[in-house]
Design a binder for this molecule. Structure first.
Ligand SMILES: [Zn+2]
Length: 319
C-alpha cells in the first residue's frame, strides 16, 4: 500500500480528521462537532479518539504514519505547537495543544495555522506544484495567507507570518477589524465585511432586487446570498463583490511588492463568486503594479479538490 498521511483540521464549527495518500487524495475522513461545546481537554480527547478510530478502521497502526498534522485558525506558534489565540473556539489562550495530543501518540505531532497548512497542501498537491515560491490566500469568513519560500513555509519569528488579513488597505475606512484597527483587508473584503458593505450601499440609496424575507437582518448577508444576487444581476450584490475584489486586489499588490512571488493562489469560499470577482482582483492588482512587473505573475485558483484544510494539515507531515 502507498504511504498515507494523517491530517486534522480544527475549525470553529467542525473538526475533520482524514487520511490522505501521496497525491493528496482523501482516503477516509471523519467529521465531528463534539469539540465545540467542551473545553480544551475535551478537544484533545476528541481528536485523539478520532485519530485512533481512523487508523484502526483502515487496518493501520500508528507506526504506519510519519506523523499527525493539525491545522487550527488563529495565532499558532509552530515551534512549540501552542495556540496563542484563536477566535474559533472559546478558551485556548496559550494552550499547548500539540504537546497534549503528542502525549497520546508515539509518532510526531505538528500544529500550524490552518492557512499555512493549506498553503503547504496547495504547494505539494495543487496549483503550486513545480513552483519554488508562492503565496496562498484564502478568502472566506476571514482572510489569511500562507507564504512558501524556497519550497518551504515561511513562518516568521513567532509563526504568525502571513497574517494578511490584518494588513491595512484603507486606514480611513469606517470598517473596524476584530483586531481593533480600521481598514484591515479582513474588515473590508471578507465574509465578516459583507453585511456592512451591503448595508452601506442601501444607505447610499442603492436598490437591491434580492428578495429578502421579512425580518431579515443585514448581519445574515453572506457569500451565498450575494452569489444569488450576482446570478440575478442585483446591482447592490455586484457592487459589494466588486468592493471585496478591489480590497483583495490592493492587498495582493502590497504582497507582490514585498515578496515578488511568481504565483498567487486564491482559495476559500468567496472565490465561488467566480470570474466576475477574480477579474476585479486581477484588474486592481495589474492597474497598481502596471510596469513594475518584470516577469510573469500567475494569479490562479486553488486546485485542491475536497477539504483543503485537512489535506493541508496532513501535508505538514510530508517532509
Ligand atoms: Zn485587523
Amino acid at each position: 500500500m502507498s504511504k498515507l498521511y494523517c491530517g486534522v483540521d480544527i475549525g470553529g464549527t467542525k473538526c475533520s480528521i482524514a487520511l490522505i495518500d501521496a497525491h493528496g487524495k482523501i482516503i477516509d475522513k471523519i467529521y465531528t462537532c463534539a469539540h465545540i461545546v467542551g473545553n480544551e481537554g475535551d478537544l484533545v480527547s476528541c481528536v485523539t479518539q478520532n485519530i485512533r478510530d481512523i487508523i484502526r478502521r483502515n487496518g493501520l497502526h500508528e507506526s504506519d504514519l510519519p506523523g499527525i498534522g493539525m491545522g487550527c485558525a488563529g495565532h499558532i506558534r509552530f515551534r512549540d505547537g501552542v495556540i496563542i489565540t484563536t477566535s474559533n473556539l472559546n478558551g485556548f489562550k496559550n494552550y499547548p495543544l500539540r504537546d497534549k495530543v503528542q502525549s497520546n501518540f508515539r509518532i510526531p505531532v505538528y500544529l500550524d495555522n490552518d492557512t499555512n497548512a493549506q498553503a503547504l497542501g496547495e504547494h505539494r498537491f495543487g496549483a503550486g506544484r513545480g513552483f519554488d515560491e508562492m503565496v496562498f490566500i484564502t478568502i472566506s469568513t476571514g482572510i489569511g495567507a500562507g507564504i512558501i519560500i524556497n519550497k518551504q513555509l515561511y513562518r516568521g519569528m513567532t509563526g504568525t507570518a502571513g497574517e494578511f488579513g490584518h494588513t491595512i488597505v484603507d486606514p480611513r475606512s469606517e470598517l473596524t477589524c476584530t483586531c481593533g484597527n480600521r481598514g484591515c483587508v479582513m474588515a473590508c473584503a471578507c465574509g465578516m465585511a459583507l453585511p456592512h458593505l451591503f448595508e452601506q450601499k442601501l444607505r447610499e440609496g442603492k436598490k437591491s432586487i434580492l428578495e429578502l424575507p421579512p425580518g431579515f437582518e443585514f448581519r445574515e448577508i453572506n457569500g451565498e446570498i450575494l452569489k444569488k444576487g450576482l446570478d440575478m444581476d442585483d446591482p447592490v450584490s455586484k457592487e459589494v463583490i466588486l468592493d471585496s475584489g478591489y480590497y483583495v486586489g490592493i492587498g495582493i499588490y502590497n504582497l507582490f511588492q514585498v515578496l515578488n512571488p511568481p504565483l498567487i493562489v486564491l482559495g476559500g469560499g468567496l472565490t465561488n463568486w467566480g470570474d466576475f470577482y477574480i477579474q476585479k482582483i486581477k484588474s486592481t492588482f495589474y492597474d497598481l503594479a502596471r510596469d513594475m512587473i518584470f516577469d510573469p505573475v500567475k494569479i490562479t485558483l486553488s486546485e485542491i479538490i475536497g477539504d483543503a484544510g485537512v489535506i493541508g494539515a496532513a501535508a505538514l507531515t510530508l517532509d
